[in-house]
Design a protein around this ligand. Sequence first.
Ligand code: AMP
Ligand code: TRP
Length: 332
Amino acid sequence: MAKARIFSGVQPTGNLHLGNYLGAIELWLSLQNKYDCIFSVVDYHAITVSQEPRKLKESILAIAKIMLASGINPDQSVIFQQSALSAHTELAWILNCTAHMGELKKMTQFKEKSAGQKDIVSLGLFAYPVLMAADILLYQTEAVPVGEDQSQHVELARDLARRFNHQFGQTFTVPDLITRPDGARIMGLDDPRKKMSKSAASEYNYIALLDEPDKAAKKIMKAVTDSGQEIKFAPANKPAISNLLTIYSLLSGRTIARLEEEYQGRQYGALKKDLAEAVKIFLSDFQSRLNEITDAQARQVLSAGAAKIAPLAESTLRTAKERLGLTLNNHR
Ligand code: AMP
Ligand code: TRP
């Protein structure tokens, strides 16, 4: 029996951080054997805010390399560049014509990102979730593994799929959401009430996957802590310590309960010191794998990936166009 399909994407903007890795990429790894996986470097999403062309080009390859260094196996899973397949923007246009302004105005990420924009807010930024729905629906995706911050967008993809199917006949699979409840949201080291983000004002907010390991260890040592002394997982009262415990648990494979037990009666400093060491080791290993991957390899993986899935994307797009009455040369 064919495996169920999953689709997910990462934007080639800035530095990927530990939140992206633990919230998304590691989740993908855990699903790789069970599902047919498609992972996209979503460059058309990146240009919804202004990007420097030379940097963008570098980031597209960098993300592909990060996926490979993380353990996404290109013989098993597809890695491709979104803009290589025009079906994404074509279906996005079609879905734009079924999406409602009102439902897009409600999107939390749009509200946050547009509020932070100094210059113009592009129409692309507003329509961003519709492009994401097109990404997902083109491949008859059964499930979408993402960080919790993307759940509203996946919900929109589900709504748009159902709406289209209802109005024009069965065309799209309605996708499920997959998040990891434990590490779906890694918070900022300097402010544990907001998620870790590559666009944060201070570099002490995040651990970038490309951070120098010693520097990363320093960031952990400087992370804010909560009042009190007890090392306990309690996100409402102890958001900072809970976040450090979450990160440590995910990196070490030990449960949070076990960590609480190990650190009973010990100081915050002890936890930070051990976590700093774990982060250092994780980054050194990761970066040595990354350094072995060449630009040529990454390019080859991206183009082979696009070639492999293009027929499926085109077939779904063709069906959608037929259903809408846009295709003149069929016999029906
Ligand atoms: P982005 O960097 O926005 O392209 O996000 C790529 C993936 O990482 C998405 O699945 C996000 O949900 C996930 N992600 C981003 N930030 C975090 C975070 N702080 N904690 C957990 N997951 C995150
Ligand atoms: N919007 C997602 C993010 O910022 C990236 C993305 C684009 C995506 N298309 C997607 C994720 C399709 C999952 C499925 O994280």
